[in-house]
Design a protein around this ligand. Structure first.
Ligand SMILES: Nc1ncnc2c1ncn2[C@@H]1O[C@H](COP(=O)(O)OP(=O)(O)OP(=O)(O)O)[C@@H](O)[C@H]1O
Ligand SMILES: [Mg+2]
Length: 268
């Protein structure tokens, strides 16, 4: 079974260092017109993710999780504090692959063209980019939909194309915003297993935002729970055991059951 994070490893992936992510004292506020109070999405957020660590992030809706990922990916700047990916001077956009919460597929491109676009942005030719993307279509249950437009795909299929698009550039940091939320339970379980196996053989720094505590406990080394807005860390849970984990053990393991309870308690 193919469990590579990309179909044909590109040279940049083979030489990828694993830089880790550090946020210190991060504040992000949004001003929305004169009449409305600014929204403080994040305040005093401190977070460090090791080079080969998978960090799960859970928290109530609107607490700043997507904002946090956009900061990591270099798509936003903090109003106060610092965000570093692999050192203060590193280019966050170049180091990080970001999977946004909405799939943002281009309606005029077919599925393969959408998946391949991240490679094209790195300078890979269109034909070669499609060639590298194609093998993962079968693995992700998208075979024969390579030429379908996004409007012809189901929500779960679109999400898998967006996931593929995120993985293909082989960047050392993955910022994933609820990557499996739109999938049915069986497909989600398969994708989670695939990601767990792929990260075991090809480690990355991963920040995984999810609403699903079981998913976080299955995939992550550590889970942080954020408070309601402004988001800051209110609980930090070290998940025992090596990855990839045995899913059946995850159901019966009393320590994991205890962590699940702690996370739910912290969520309030
Ligand atoms: N571009 C923006 N302009 C104005 N306000 C914003 C913007 N982006 C986010 N916000 C506000 O910041 C807060 C945090 O939003 P964010 O999308 O990060 O939450 P979230 O934790 O990802 O929520 P969910 O779980 O529902 O996806 C919200 O109150 C939102 O309204
Ligand atoms: Mg969000």
């Amino acid at each position: 079974m193919q469990t590579k994070l990309q179909a044909t490893p590109a040279p940049e992936a083979r030489s990828a260092h694993r830089p880790g992510v550090v946020l210190s004292g991060v504040q992000r506020r949004f001003t929305a017109g004169r009449r409305r109070e600014p929204v403080v999405a994040l305040h005093g957020l401190d977070l460090a993710v090791e080079g080969e660590e998978v960090l799960g992030v859970v928290g109530p809706s609107g607490c700043g999780k997507s904002t946090l990922l956009e900061l990591v990916a270099g798509l936003q700047e903090p109003d106060a504090g610092e965000v570093c990916v692999g050192g203060a001077t590193a280019d966050r956009r170049a180091a990080c692959s970001y999977m946004p919460q909405r799939d943002l597929l281009l309606p005029w491109r077919d599925a393969l063209g959408n998946a391949a676009i991240a490679l094209e942005c790195q300078g890979v030719g269109r034909r070669e980019a499609r060639r590298r993307a194609a093998p993962l279509f079968e693995r992700f249950g998208l075979a024969q939909f390579e030429r379908a437009r996004p409007s012809e795909l189901s929500g779960g299929m679109r999400q898998r194309v967006a996931f593929l698009r995120t993985l293909l550039p082989g960047r050392p940091v993955l910022a994933l915003d609820e990557p499996f939320a739109a999938l049915d339970a069986i497909t989600r379980t398969g994708m989670q297993q695939w990601l767990a196996d792929a990260l075991a053989s090809e480690p990355r720094t991963v920040v995984l935002v999810t609403h699903d505590i079981e998913e976080a406990l299955f995939l992550a080394d550590r889970v942080v729970v954020l408070s309601p807005r402004p988001g800051r860390v209110v609980a930090e849970l070290d998940v025992p055991g090596e990855r990839p984990r045995d899913r059946r053990a995850a159901v019966t393991d009393p320590e994991l059951a205890r962590l699940r309870e702690l996370a739910l308690e912290a969520l309030g």
